[in-house]
Design a protein around this ligand. Structure first.
Ligand code: NAD
Ligand code: MG
Length: 390
């Protein structure tokens, strides 16, 4: 039996992971499931999968979790330290699907124990890519990408020589506001930004898709994970979300990965790697689909893409600043303090206030330093947001 843990089990990626694991209950020994506020879901899944441990991120919900698990034999725990401790429990395969920088610490712990880390939490690579890769290498652990674009790139590269790669193209649906007049964006509501045309995902990544902060993070994720130069990475708007990424080789060939907009493909690929096993996803009928569209991304509509280039040019801990500022700006939009286009302004202002003259930004990348930079960037972003709101 393979020992598996799922961090962020109650979210969109977590639930899709559970869907696959629950189809073959005898194949998996579930070590730990973690969640946050949705205790009923966490407890129900822990019971159903007979998990050894269930952890909520919220200390104050420990009693509720204990009550929901009563008589099940599942151990209950709460708090960020407990989540981190859960990641030290031996497992063969660990899904990293917490949203935000909170996913970094448990991901690192899982790598330290040599587990295979299925990485949906792109924030880990944006904040601390070098640290993640070094930790994996030192502990003989493996990171497998779960973001659909990165799983697609990974699959297109199987058996290929990286030296023959000329460019990597990641596609973007364009999100909720792809076709909106630019002057209407300032009036976009939270509800409108929370509807994705193709994918059913958590609210935060859905809004990040509308602003293209998600794609900006994925550009940085591509650079960190595949080690290519920033100018080898392109973004292409593809409204159908069926081609997930393309790899261009020096002989002019482009290898495209095509599949339905269903995360169970990328999750299942990482779960069964290096095998390919049957997955319960739709088979595309291309004749029925008829055509695919492509367009260049408009940087006036999506300034996040330009900011990603700046992060890569700066290097060091600029990714941690960018991610924390982005998370704060997103909170500001969700809380009604910022207009939709102001999210990018907040990130840009925070990045320019915390430039590389600041010693901390250039410090060696350790979990503690990343946490300090994250904290500083959130404080700075908060002040920028208050300034705008006031
Ligand atoms: P979600 O909001 O649906 O779920 C997030 C999970 O994290 C939940 O289990 C929640 O309880 C937990 N969580 C939230 N805040 C936490 C905290 N502070 N500490 C500990 N746990 C916390 O999000 P999602 O859409 O499943 O996305 C998860 C991750 O996967 C994100 O990094 C996202 O960018 C990435 N991702 C998601 C998709 C997708 O299709 N949903 C695709 C590619 C990548
Ligand atoms: Mg993606």
């Amino acid at each position: 039996m393979r020992r598996v843990s799922i961090f962020g089990a109650t979210g969109s990626i977590g639930q899709n992971t559970i869907d696959l694991i629950a189809r073959a209950p005898d194949a998996y020994d579930v070590v730990a499931l973690t969640g946050a506020g949705n205790i009923a879901q966490l407890a129900a899944d822990a019971r159903r999968l007979n998990a050894a441990l269930a952890v909520t991120a919220h200390d104050h919900l420990l009693d509720d979790l204990r009550a929901a698990l009563e008589g099940s034999g599942v151990e209950a725990a709460a708090g960020q330290d407990a989540i981190r401790e859960a990641a030290t429990r031996p497992a063969d395969w660990v899904m990293s699907a917490i949203v935000g920088a909170a996913g970094l610490a448990p991901g690192l712990e899982a790598l330290k124990q040599g587990a295979t880390l299925a990485l949906a939490n792109k924030e880990s690579l944006v904040c601390a890519g070098k640290l993640m890769l070094a930790t994996a290498q030192e502990n003989d652990a493996r990171i497998l990408p779960v973001d659909s674009e990165h799983s697609a790139i990974f699959q297109a590269l199987i058996g290929e020589d990286m030296a023959a790669v000329e460019r990597i193209i990641i596609t973007a649906s364009g999100g909720a506001f792809r076709d909106w007049p630019l002057d209407k964006l300032a009036h976009a509501t939270l509800e409108e930004a929370s509807c994705h045309p193709n994918w059913d995902m958590g609210q935060r990544i859905t809004i990040d898709s509308a602003s293209m902060f998600n794609k900006a993070m994925e550009v940085i994720e591509t650079r960190e994970f595949f080690g290519v130069d920033p100018d080898q990475i392109e973004v292409l708007v593809h409204p159908q979300s069926m081609i997930h990424a393309l790899v261009g080789f020096r002989d002019g060939a482009l290898m495209a990965h095509i599949g339905p907009a269903d995360m169970r493909h990328a999750i299942g690929f990482a779960l069964h790697h290096p095998d390919r096993q049957h997955l319960p996803v739709e088979r595309l009928d291309l004749a029925q689909i008829g055509s695919f569209e492509f367009r260049a991304p408009d940087e006036a509509r999506w300034p996040a893409l330009r900011l990603a280039r700046e992060v890569m040019a700066r290097g060091g801990m600029a990714g941690a600043v960018f991610n924390a500022a982005k998370e704060s700006a997103l909170d500001g939009f969700i809380e009604g303090k910022l207009l939709f286009p102001q999210m990018a302004e907040v990130v840009e202002d925070t990045m320019s206030q915390l430039n590389s003259d600041n010693g901390l930004i250039d410090a060696t990348m350790t979990l503690d330093n990343v946490a300090q930079v994250d904290h500083l960037a959130r404080q700075t972003a908060k002040a920028v947001i208050e300034n705008k709101a006031g």
